[in-house]
Write a protein that binds this ligand. Structure first.
Ligand code: WTA
Length: 658
């Protein structure tokens, strides 16, 4: 389909399709679907906790739970409290025990064309050795282990090895700076860090261990740094603290029994941006998390482990990677594709080449990536055979109908249903979407709450707003994968999510609308959290990085609407004294942010200013800054301390562009 006709014909077809409001599941899909009618929603709603308990049986338990939900101390909900389990057993051992050790867990592809198939038996062998290696260094139940690794199979082994010994992992996305790694190790009191000699990105190699070393020296809790050999780079090793992972594994026993852990044992911490400068350590536990990711992975993506090849293009360092590259697919015994590199290296059709090579049947990515592919043009996917694809998914931000249709026509050949999945780091798994064999998809609208989930759109008092009106998205019923707290910060947990509408209503932080059929469209964040290319970032965190530059006096960061990335970072910057901003300073500030947080947080635009619009109590009015940056008429300014500043700012911004 992709190759059929010219780009003009495609554009015309997409234009025509814009008026189509709903796409029903194709008969060929429904006939084979795991769930082909939506009675499951009603069945789950009758007794949600019991329904989830039923789904939990799909895992392997040492001790099957008899309790489903413990809601005796809201908002500290617990699930399956008397069950015992181990995530690495669920994800690896039980498949080997069932005789599926030879099944490929990952078709791994390296940036330079390398290929490695990792079977479930391979994972079993390596996870046992790595678990032993960690224990030999005194790491055990409850000790936090940091993981800072690129997209190589070892990252999965490391996560599972931690799970096997009951050590919660704290994975840091490879695109973050060494400073960010240090900060996350410090906040979580990590006892060990697993990292790599160097990482490859678009044909270049950058040292990782050496740059981590440069900032890590002063952490008292951090006793060990394990280094995975990946590129073979010369790597500094500190005697007594650092150890090559392959040597540690060679010295460890071949066999290792997984720890029998309570269902509520912490599985991992994942730091995510909130509305203050300090990232939130979102804590997930074992039994409920696995129940939620396994169910949603299997049924939202209609996966049959014997036939399907699953390709999720996320990075393991984000929640999407945790839940839908590692735990969901492995719990379900599925074969996945894992790609080390960027979507445009070595060429702009690499994802489609890998789909063809691996025979991928289900593909999951972010709207921002689809918009990039649209820009690169349909000729790239047209070079490859995508005929095995049967289902597509998106996550991370609202998808505009045009990108949805392009994905549907060009990648899906017009025959693949699309699931637009809404969820968060906090929810751990998909919460709102369509079941592809049972429900119609509406381009640009995520879908209905999944079975067992109660989502609503409410006003400031928690009352449901009329259908079609905008309000706050809330979740009114505990679900198994929900975050349990913010690591060592119960107060912030309660304050962030439960203070607004009470301990029974989780406030998501997104604005949304619900239509007459209960389909939810998610509009965007209501707090000071940005969504750049589906990556969550905090305005406060970026501001604090900018202000830490020696020539900066003050900064205000906003998210500006951006055609490619959804939002982009724009910063209003006040310099010290009489300094005048120029290109050189702009580059220096961008680089400073890259070092402090990571490249993804760099402001796309810097606007020099002498003052900022503030309320009488000193709060920066970001709404007005957004109006200015996007060239809109400025809204209500009556609460400003000094309304004259708006005219001044506007003059500065237009001067900027002129
Ligand atoms: C946004 C990513 C619209 C939303 C899994 C949410 C979405 C935040 C969608 C969570 C979607 C995610 N439609 N918006 N399908 N999916 N979002 O924690 O604002 O990185 O609150 O989790 O992304 O981002 P996070």
């Amino acid at each position: 389909m992709a190759g059929a006709g010219t780009e003009e014909q495609l554009a015309q077809r997409l234009e025509e399709l814009l008026s189509v409001e709903r796409f029903s599941p194709p008969a060929a899909f429904t006939e084979q679907a795991l769930i082909a009618d939506d009675g499951v929603h009603a069945a789950a709603a009758a007794d949600p906790a019991a329904w989830w308990a039923e789904q939990a049986r799909a895992l392997s338990w040492f001790q099957e739970p008899t309790v489903a939900l413990d809601d005796s101390n809201p908002p500290f909900y617990k699930w399956f409290t008397d069950g015992t389990i181990n995530a690495s057993h669920v994800c690896v051992d039980r498949h080997v025990e069932a005789g599926n050790g030879d099944r490929v867990a990952f078709h791994w592809y390296g940036e330079e064309g390398e290929q490695r198939d990792v079977t479930y038996a391979d994972l079993h062998r390596d996870v046992q050795r790595m678990a032993g290696a960690l224990q030999a260094r005194g790491i055990g139940r409850g000790d936090v282990v940091g993981i800072f690794l690129p997209m190589i199979p070892e990252v999965v082994v490391a996560m599972l090895a931690c799970a096997r010994i009951g050590a919660p992992h704290n994975v840091v996305f490879g695109g973050f700076s060494a400073e960010s790694v240090r900060e996350r190790m410090e906040f979580s009191d990590a006892k060990a860090l697993i990292t790599v000699d160097a990482a490859r990105r678009k044909g270049k190699t950058a040292p990782v261990k050496a740059s981590v070393d440069a900032v890590m020296g002063d952490l008292p809790a951090l006793e060990s740094i394990f280094v995975v050999r990946h590129t073979g780079e010369d790597t500094p090793m500190t005697e007594g603290r650092d150890i090559w992972m392959h040597e540690a594994m060679a010295a460890a026993p071949a066999e290792h029994e997984p720890e029998e852990l309570p269902a509520e044992h912490p599985l991992f911490i994942l730091y995510s941006s909130g509305s203050t400068a300090k990232p939130k350590g979102i804590l997930h536990t074992t039994g409920g998390y696995l129940t939620g990711v396994a169910w949603t992975h299997k049924y939202v993506f209609d996966l049959k482990p014997e036939e399907d090849v699953w390709f999720c293009s996320a990075d393991v360092g984000w929640i999407t990677g945790h839940s839908y590259i590692v735990y969901g697919p492995l719990a379900n015994g599925v074969t996945s594709v894992m790609y080390e590199g960027a979507p445009d290296y070595p060429h702009k059709g690499i994802w489609w080449e890998l789909c063809e090579k691996s025979g991928a049947t289900v593909f999951y990515t972010a709207p921002t990536a689809i918009r990039a592919c649209m820009k690169w043009g349909p000729a790239h996917p047209a070079e490859f055979d995508l005929s095995r694809l049967r289902l597509l998914g998106t996550v991370g931000e609202p998808i505009n109908p045009k990108a949805w249709l392009w994905y549907h026509e060009v990648i899906g050949g017009g025959r693949c249903p699309i699931v637009d999945t809404w969820w968060q780091t906090e929810t751990a798994h998909i919460m709102i979407t369509t079941l592809p064999g049972a429900q119609d998809a509406k381009p640009g609208i995520a879908g209905t709450p999944l079975p067992g989930i109660d989502a609503a759109v409410v006003d400031e008092d928690g009352n449901e707003v009329p259908r079609g009106s905008q309000g706050l998205l809330v979740l009114r019923r505990p679900w198994p994968g929900m975050l349990r707290t913010l690591y060592r910060d119960d107060d912030r947990y309660v304050d962030t999510y439960w203070s607004r509408l009470g301990p029974e209503t989780y406030v998501v932080g997104d604005a949304a609308k619900m239509d007459d059929e209960g389909y939810v469209s998610v509009i965007g964040r209501i707090d000071d959290v940005l969504n750049v290319s589906g990556h969550r970032m905090s305005t406060a965190e970026i501001e604090s990085a900018i202000v830490s530059h020696e020539v900066v006096a003050e900064a205000a960061v906003i998210g500006q609407a951006d055609e490619d990335t959804g939002q982009s970072v724009a910063a209003f910057v006040i310099l010290q004294g009489d300094l005048v901003g120029d290109d050189e300073l702009e580059a220096a500030i961008r680089e400073h942010v890259a070092v402090r947080i990571g490249k993804l947080a760099r402001p796309k635009r810097i606007i020099w200013t002498d003052d900022l619009p503030k309320t009488r109590s000193g709060k920066i009015m970001r709404r007005l800054l957004r109006d200015i940056a996007e060239g809109r008429a400025v809204g209500d300014v009556t609460t400003l301390r000094d309304p004259a500043i708006m005219a001044q700012l506007q003059a500065q911004v237009s001067g900027d562009e002129g």
